[in-house]
Structure formats: structure tokens, C-alpha cells
Ligand binder design. Structure first.
Ligand code: 0O2
Length: 217
């Protein structure tokens, strides 16, 4: 059942919404840690470098609703804001991103609502990341609700770029000088080239390690 807040006074509704989204984040973080540990056990390496999670601030939720021309109510935020609960998964290599996305997609009780692949098609700004909106079941005492979580998956280099670009956007309130925007686009291309090269190098090292193992078992 899609999550809709209980019909209770606004203060209690807000408390419930927070609890539900915090639980969704905790649930997803626990599942990702299990996947990472299992991967370590089977393949001897961790596809996930680290995980960050956050609940969107009320100010940011209201801003998003207003930008969509929607009256900011608790019901409207649950219905229309897909990233109230957000998880960011940072990986070493681009191939890990798709591996993790597949592992998430294959969990039968999770539903993938939408995917935005800004790696295959970066944003005009140069932004690269893989975004999924999924729902996760949360078992409350009297009902089970499907809660939306936004998952952003990106490499360390993509994350470095995104955090600097975010700071610049904030500092210039979205109107950074053209030469700074261009530098960011150039950096994004370097990030992409670096990620490709690091992946190539890692594949090379893996092949060499496997050959050595076959020669000297
Ligand atoms: P914050 O402060 O990070 O929460 P939708 O959510 O589908 O209605 P939206 O917001 O266009 O529409 O979705 P999209 O494109 O998937 O972007 C969602 C989030 O990705 C953003 O959340 C940012 O966190 C990140 N993001 C998207 N584009 C950029 C970009 O150009 N630069 C950086 N640094 N981050 C980006 P919020 O809500 O905008 O902000």
C-alpha cells in the first residue's frame, strides 16, 4: 500500500512522516551493507566505498513543492517529493554503479519507480550520477506501507565534482560566471576520463592477478 500519512493532527502527522522516512533509510542502509559484505565474501572486494543518507530539510521540501506550483502540505510532500529520503552510494568504479543498481533492482520486495542515468547522458552542467527512485516496504504495527527513497549512485570522482559544483551553485545562487561554468564542464570531462582510466587499470590488475594465480595456484 502506497504510503499516505494517517489522518491525525498535523504535529503527530509530521512525527509519523519522519519516523516512516527514517525507517526507510535505515532499512535501505542495512540492505546495502549486507550486499556489500556478501560481495566482499564472494568476490573479495567492496563495490561500495561509503554510504551517506539524509532526510530532506522542511525548507528544501517546501521550495521543491513551490517550484512545482503545489501547495505545501504534508500530504502533498509525501505524494510529490520523491527524495524526502535520500541515499548516496559512493563507489570506486563506474562498473560498480551498474552492479549495485542491478542488485537493488533484483530485490523482489523493492519496486523501481524511475531511473535517471546521468552517466550515459550527463546533465548540461556536466553532472554525472545514476538516480533511482524505489519504494521499500515498512512494516508498521497496523499496516505495511511502501515508502519512496531516492538512491544516487556515483563514483568518488563524480561525487567530488558534484559537491564542488553544488557549493559554487549555492555561492552564486545559480548564476555563476560563464568561465566558471565552462571550467566545471571541462572538469566533468576529466572526471569521466579519469573514471574510464581507473576502471581500465583495475581490470588490467585483476587480469594479471588471475593469470598469476593460474600459473602458481
Ligand atoms: P538536494 O539539496 O540535493 O536535495 P524530481 O526529484 O524527479 O522531481 P529533479 O530534482 O530534477 O526532479 O530530479 P533529479 O534530476 O533526479 O535530481 C535530484 C537530485 O540530484 C538533486 O536534488 C541533487 O541532489 C542532484 N542533482 C541533480 N542535478 C544536479 C546538478 O546539476 N548538480 C549537482 N551538484 N547535483 C544535482 P535537489 O532536490 O535539487 O537538491
Amino acid at each position: 500500500m502506497k504510503y499516505v500519512p494517517n489522518d491525525v493532527p498535523e504535529v503527530d502527522k509530521w512525527t509519523e512522516v519522519n519516523l516512516v522516512y527514517e525507517s526507510a533509510l535505515a532499512q535501505m542502509e542495512a540492505r546495502l551493507k549486507v550486499l556489500n559484505s556478501e560481495f566482499q565474501m564472494v568476490h573479495n572486494y567492496n563495490p561500495i566505498e561509503h554510504i551517506k543518507s539524509r532526510i530532506k530539510t522542511p525548507e528544501s521540501i517546501v521550495k521543491k513543492l513551490k517550484s512545482k506550483g503545489i501547495e505545501p502540505t504534508i500530504e502533498a510532500m509525501v505524494e510529490h517529493v520523491n527524495d524526502i529520503a535520500g541515499i548516496r552510494i559512493i563507489c570506486s568504479f563506474t562498473s560498480d554503479i551498474y552492479r549495485i543498481a542491478d542488485l537493488i533492482t533484483n530485490q523482489s520486495d523493492l519496486e523501481v519507480i524511475s531511473i535517471k542515468d546521468y552517466i550515459k547522458q550527463p546533465k548540461q552542467s556536466g553532472y554525472q550520477s545514476y538516480h533511482m527512485i524505489i519504494t521499500v516496504p515498512i512494516y508498521l504495527s497496523t499496516r505495511t506501507v511502501e515508502v519512496k527513497v531516492e538512491i544516487q549512485i556515483r563514483t568518488v570522482a563524480m561525487d567530488f565534482w558534484a559537491s564542488l559544483e553544488h557549493k559554487i551553485k549555492y555561492k552564486f545562487e545559480g548564476n555563476a560566471p560563464q568561465y566558471i561554468k565552462q571550467s566545471l564542464i571541462d572538469c566533468a570531462q576529466m572526471v569521466s576520463a579519469l573514471d574510464d582510466e581507473m576502471l581500465r587499470l583495475n581490470d588490467e590488475i585483476r587480469k594479471l592477478t588471475e593469470e598469476t594465480r593460474t600459473e602458481h595456484p
